[in-house]
Design a binder for this molecule. Sequence first.
Ligand code: GAP
Length: 463
Amino acid sequence: MNKQDNNLMEKIVSLCKRRGFVFPSSEIYGGFAAVYDYGTYGVELANNIKDVWWKAMVQGNENIVGIDSSIFMHPKVWEASGHVGGFSDPLSECRKCHTRSRVDHILEEAGIFADEKMSEEKINKLLVDNKKKIKCPKCGKSDFAPAKSFNLLVKSNLGNFTGDWDKSPVYLRGETCQGIYINFKNVLDSSRVRVPFGIAQIGKAFRNEITARQFIFRKREFEQMEMQMFVRPDEEMKMYEEWKKRRWQYYIDLGIKEKNLKWHEHENLVFYAKAAWDIEYNFPFGFQELEGIHARGDYDLTQHTKCSGEDLSYRDPITNEKYIPHVVETSAGVDRTFLAVITEAYMEEKVDKEIRVVMKFPKNLAPIKVAVFPLLKNKPDLVKKAREVYDNLKGEFMCEFDDNGNIGKRYRRQDEIGTPFCLTIDFDSLDNGDVTVRDRDTMKQDRIKIEGLKDYLKEKLEK
Ligand code: GAP
């Protein structure tokens, strides 16, 4: 799809709603900013994305194991990690309409380089120096109050029955990797891993993002796929370079065109990082972060050792050397990968003077692999045969039975949800025991014997 299409984002948002990929949360109550729900096909796509990542990390690497830690953790975790003190974005309020904006974003929109990790002093200087150039996104005025650091952690009252919960809040996790660090010793003691080894986790994270925009790109409740590789201190940067290469290749293997990927190095590093590069994707609104790859040194394990009193060092079983392992982190977002995959797949093609919208998902990511249609819904023999075919395939592939409307309409619907193969059972099927298989991408049709369908589809779907 042409990324210069100014309406591409609108088209994607509309298709996601119309075809059950993504719904705004609490829509019947007017929506809830920066929170979204995945619909029937969205949940399948998101699960397939998570499955590919898990296979690339845990199944494909002998020395990477998985965990699933809780969203709630002891409040001290977030003090130790530095999030209570330093996990913030610069916020400024428009003096005219009181809209709050992220200062680095409004500066960047005016063409001024800024970054959320800049000091308060530096970003305020930019705000003052460029006073006339930057405008409030709501009222268009240029009158901003000085920027303040706004902490992104989301508080809850879990386990607090006094009503005074602001004083001792329990946080919803702001990143999943803290659940990995606090389980470092448990994993080491209970599995057979030895340094260098990784722990992977997929799960929800929560942030009080100041501005809600760009659809599912910036959510307040989102999902991360994070892997922390624990390495010898002198191996950290070598391992870091290796993971940078591997993560780039991962996106190519996922079906993302290389021209739509770009590296971005962070000059102003976040409080824990020694090196930080992002892989950016060319979203409809431009290149933006898809995944962060960070060299975190011994920061996290040292902090948790200090604050918990538990020794999180590692003793090498061969050399007997004792050290705090350093961490190489790969941190990807499910939602941003979802948006990248959707953007990449969205195609408009001219067919018989009409525009066909088709989601050309890689077959392994497609929410539905096979759709089964009886040619006519009022012919019981056709419906019975089509049901038999559907029942026979559904244990093997994610299938959908559809007898609604004419075949052309059913093809259009399946194209829009990206189903690679549509099978039609017609009158010849009853006599010859075969069906028409229509290919999503070429729209070519083949006649295939019902008894050989499973093998045929398996082979085609693995390609
Ligand atoms: N543990 C490191 C960490 O959390 P990050 O750069 O803040 O680093 C990593 O986040 C990834 O999580 C991002 O590259 C992005 O894919 C995803 N992510 C972060 N904030 C997000 C948000 N508000 N909405 C959706 N995804 C987000």
